[in-house]
Design a binder for this molecule. Structure first.
Ligand SMILES: [Zn+2]
Length: 187
């Protein structure tokens, strides 16, 4: 299999020898690159495909993601996925996800605001991607990794296994991830 870097619009093969695969199209008897990336000419199946230079990182089931809580509804938290753990690329496509109250903790959670608040950053697991992205924070590594004080918006610190605002001198309740805090390499 031959591999080389090609740019959008480049003629990569002739239609007599190859049929267009992903990332290519046929025009006037020629196979043309529809995007920039690595060209794969499969001699066995006679297809020309291009692996894009910056493959999109779409959240998949079982992925661990960091997400910002953007809104709290009565039975769910609305989140925006910021990064997929382990993926070196930015998230593209659908980034809105929901976390249902029943998927927050193995214990019964009466209301979402006991577990997270708008502006918090959570580590969660993707449990569904279609028709919408659903998250879960059941499990010790999952939950809030960065919580903001509901009074002053300052970052809450872990104190006596609870979250404490040094400014306001009060504790707040969250479903805390272990470990709490942003890990190096995360935003
Ligand atoms: Zn505060």
């Amino acid at each position: 299999m031959e591999e080389r870097l090609v740019v959008t619009g480049e003629v990569v093969a002739i239609a007599e020898e190859f049929s267009p695969g992903r990332g290519t199209f046929e025009s006037d008897g020629k196979i043309v690159a529809a995007e920039t990336g690595t060209l794969l000419l499969d001699q066995k199946n006679h297809t020309a495909t291009i692996i894009p230079k910056n493959p999109v990182a779409e959240p998949k089931k079982k992925d661990r993601v960091l997400a910002l809580v953007t809104d709290i509804k009565s039975s769910m938290a609305i989140c925006e996925i910021l990064t997929i753990e382990g993926a070196k690329r930015a998230v593209t496509g659908e980034t809105e996800a929901t976390l249902h109250v029943s998927n927050i903790s193995p214990q019964y959670v009466e209301s979402i605001s006991q577990a997270m608040r708008t502006g918090d950053i959570i580590r969660a697991e993707v449990i569904q991607t279609t028709p919408s992205i659903q998250l879960s924070t059941v499990g010790r590594p999952f939950g809030v990794i960065l919580a903001r004080c509901s009074r002053c918006r300052g970052v809450l610190k872990l104190k006596q296994k609870s979250l404490y605002c040094e400014e306001c001198e009060h504790f707040e309740k969250r479903k805390i991830a272990e470990p709490y805090g942003l890990i190096q390499g995360n935003p």
